[in-house]
Design a protein. Sequence first.
Length: 702
Amino acid sequence: MDPAQLVLDSLSDAVVVASGEGLVSGWLGGAEPLLGYSAEEAIGRPVSFLFARSPERDLEELASLGGAPGIDILTRVRHRSGREFPAAISVRPMTGGAGTVALFRPMGQRRADPEWDRVLGRLLRELIELAGADRAVLDRTDALARVLVEQGRRIVPGTECLMSLVPHDLQDSFQIIAGAGPWAEGLVGGQWPRAGTIAGQSMDRRRPIETVRLIERSALRTRLEAGGIHTGRLIPLLTREPLPDGRWALGVFGFYRREIAYFTPYQRRLMNEFVRLASLTLQRTELIAATARAAGRLQVGVEAAYDLASTLAPAQVARALIDRALAASGADRVTALRLDGDLVTVVESVDLGGNSLPVGHQYQVDDWRDSSPQHRPLIRLALETGEFQHAPGHTIRGLPEELARPISEIRHTLVLPLGTARPPVALVFGRRGEMPFTEEDLASLRTLGNMAALALRNAWLYGEVEEAARVKTDFLNLAAHELRTPLTVVRGYLSMLREGSFGPVPERWEPALQILMAKSDELGHLVEDLLLAARLDTGQVPSLAAPVDLNQLVAAAVDRARPRARSLAVDLRFEGARRPLVVSGDPAHLARILDALLSNALTFAGEQRWARARVRPATGGLARVEVEDRGLGVAPAVAGHIFERFYRARQEPAEAGTGLGLYIGRQLATRMGAELKLERSQPGEGSLFVLAMPEVEARPSD
């Protein structure tokens, strides 16, 4: 028998030969007793069936080490029965590149390694001491990364270390943020894509990758050749839970050396545990940074809410919205569009480079297209789906050159629909730089968008109400002026007729003339009320501040109301205060308020025909005028409306009144710092109105 075969058969370790294709071609030594499979069962199967989980490197790399000394790994293998156990595997290339030979040796329970504990314990202790000396280091990713790469280089002498992170706002690339060693330090600040690189594979597979053919496989080939770097082990910086921006891995930590030799199992274990510790500390700093960014977004939202709530003028709200949108998005251009049928109207537009779209201009909604080959209608898609629309840029058909040129420079476009706005509104953001819009940008803009939709809707509703109020005020003003002239003529001719200017007046005409004069007086009061209401709406009613004795003022108002009280058979009486009650106000305005209250009491005196006007001192230095009746009263549901313009508690056509008296009274009282209110009222029991004003000392006459 071949002596070499005798040696192999005597081994207790399993000897497995793999072909260049990664298939088992030899099953020798203790392979069958250790792994449970016979040679017939094992030969021809992929080597991967022996591993409990994927080994730490690509199996094709194990099969083609290209003359490297070999590799030793610690992993778990699977027995034919399904039992798993730890094993040390030594892999060596066969001469001529015909395949590889792997020696499997079972491992018992790991014993405590004093050197292991000493190295990692020292690193952990130094990190804790560093935190005590300068807490800011552990709160900043860049500062912590510099410390970690220096520590990493110390645990594996002869290596250089690089830390490459995936930025939260650009997750398709790596940024080298720290390096330890002459070659590594020269790469800091560089970037390379994530896709198609060893670092990207390590992150995507969530496991380390080690190779002695780094120059052949790396995207940094030129720089690796310049540094003479051949061997590298890249370990993903994994997080236990996804970060707020969705990342499960922060980046990769790389150990590099010039020697063409794989790291030992001890070194790999040390590297893996160190990177796990580094991942935990980096995760903390990234969470702090994410919290700070979230706080920044919240602050933007608070400031935006303040700005948007500070005015209801549509133009000012739109401008505040655009300013906040620029700050929140980092965009170079923002345009707010309102959908009107198949047209979009520019509500506001700002371009930091100038040449923004003119406010008020209209365009066909489908003229806004993205710059992709499909030329998608961005605005229509955003408003129909209610979702953000991203594009590599956009165009607007039919724009003149001076407006089209700034838009052609946009490299990233984002359309945000404001779904709750009516009419529908969209914000169009544009960036001219390379940085696209990120998920964090979207989070900030969602917060802003919700507030913006509500603010714009309120502003437009307010604008509509203001316009309606203006039209109504203009109508009242016009109607009053148009009525005043013919009314003056009618009253003049009635007066001349009663005075006999056209000859003797028969006695039988007198009742009719009195009625005509009374109705012309009512119409005159109506005209004056209409004019006053119109002037109150536009703030054109000045108010004087003069000392007035309420006793005298109310007594005079009662005297003016007595003729009507007698004609209605109402018992109207005045009850004055025992001392003068002097207030500061406009005598004419106060007289109008009192006339309105007394007229209201007489009109609704009911069957009891009883009304009182009182002047009383009140607590808190107030003087109080009470006008009370025991007539019809008002229901609680109606009480809240009686001070509204043109509101009438009873809608009988024959009933006197325009619904302006109490409205005008409260408006005038408010302008004088007084309060006019309905203090008590019940249907069938009457009402009590109160005018309350601060009492002042009477000034002595000069």
